[in-house]
Design a binder for this molecule. Sequence first.
Ligand code: ADP
Ligand code: ZN
Length: 519
Amino acid sequence: MPESPRDLLRRVFGHDDFRGPQQAIVQHLAHGQDALVLMPTGGGKSLCYQVPALLRDGVGIVVSPLIALMQDQVDALRQLGVRAAFLNSSLDAESASQIEQQLLRDELDLLYVAPERLLTQRFMSLLDRSRLALFAIDEAHCVSAWGHDFRREYLQLTVLHERWPQVPRIALTATADPPTQREIAERLNLTGAQRFVSSFDRPNIRYTVVQKDNVKRQLADFLKPRHGQAGIVYCLSRKKVDQTAGFLCEQGFNALPYHAGLDAEVRAHNQRRFLREDGIVMVATVAFGMGIDKPDVRFVAHTDLPKSLEGYYQETGRAGRDGEAADAWLCYGLGDMVMLKQMIEQSEAGEERKRLERRKLDQLLGYCESMQCRRQVLLAGFGEHYPHQCGNCDNCLHPAATWDATEAAQKALSCVYRSGQRYGVNHIIDVLRGSDSERIRDCGHDQLSTYGIGKDLQASTWRSVFRQLVASGLLDVDTEAYGGLRLTEASRAVLRNERQLVLRKELPSRRERERNLPG
Ligand code: ADP
Ligand code: ZN
């Protein structure tokens, strides 16, 4: 009787049982059927093709773009007694030819190969003469032209199906948004394949979003009760990484910087310390994190807006791999929004690409501004319906207070209009609050009918109003000049009093609370 998948899992890999959908996927493949697997990082994708490759006759061919990781994977498999090898440009001709011989003699269980190698006529004719158990296409989102990791060769992988239609294929990715899923299925000719979609929820991560006011101080307040814990603080620029790391060290934290501008040696050293020592706070650009597997990262803080919800999910997913409570904390303000909008508009990308980036940014802003359960919004972004309140995000724990901001919004919009739709938010707020400054007198804005009509609200409340107006498309930012604010089509309904506007009420900033203290 052939060995059962579970027995093989125990004998070869030493694991007690399959996790989540692994067993169903393994059986599906073992029966010779195609599969599309969407599983978050750390979910256990590798076993989904390794086990069926061992159960079936012949060799499992694994296509992977990550040449650097092939060696590690193959070493780990060999230690388990699996006959594994890889073929990529890092091998000399002799070693490559040895592996080819093993392939032809049916002496391999798993062969990892880079896509450009796989697609050579020479390699394909080798495959014609080999016994094939399955094809696994790892990092399948590389086929998506709009993804971060597009690989042209991935588009040609349909040849696998055309040339060896009887060999089952499994495509795997941790990228989960529905348009990318569809693109993968279509471009890899896997529309008929069964999809195995795991939940992307990370229940132990607590999501919090705060309005940016004085980010260093807010960060220090967030970190204080977490002294001695390991975590990552993401900043947008290298300069901010250096400044923030320096600031945290002054505050008594064990903080290290990480960004592409540092020497490779310093980077490797800091990364090693983060992995090995306890309680290191890594202050980094997004260059840090890929392939980092540290189970006890207790928090991931963002001091600037990330570029997309997907990116945010991946970055925060590095927290709490051990299943213990962890925090994802995001501090953002209007300035971040303006800067990212400018980065998109001023980039060299084509119009279609820009449209996509705008949509991604809007999705992220929707997450930040939402008064709904964060987990619901986050998972909806991955096409997943989360039916209840999670009880483990800021909006569930402290439901946002709201206020009828219709009149305030009307004042804000008409002030933007009357001043000529050219000025940035700080200037408009000064006009609304009737500031007596030279700049305002120079522009003649002390003569505007909207001068001083917003004295009743604090500057931070106005900032919150403007931020929410921009995030919801009621104001637009001029991204060519200096971030001047402009009305949009949608603004009119508010100005004509046809639309009521309920906004989130933000807590006053610490500075303002202190200023208003009695005495
Ligand atoms: P992914 O490729 O989805 O990021 P991996 O395949 O690298 O995830 O697996 C992540 C970790 O989980 C690995 O350390 C792996 O050994 C472990 N793992 C996966 N499946 C199981 C299982 N059924 N039982 C125990 N550990 C597992
Ligand atoms: Zn919630």
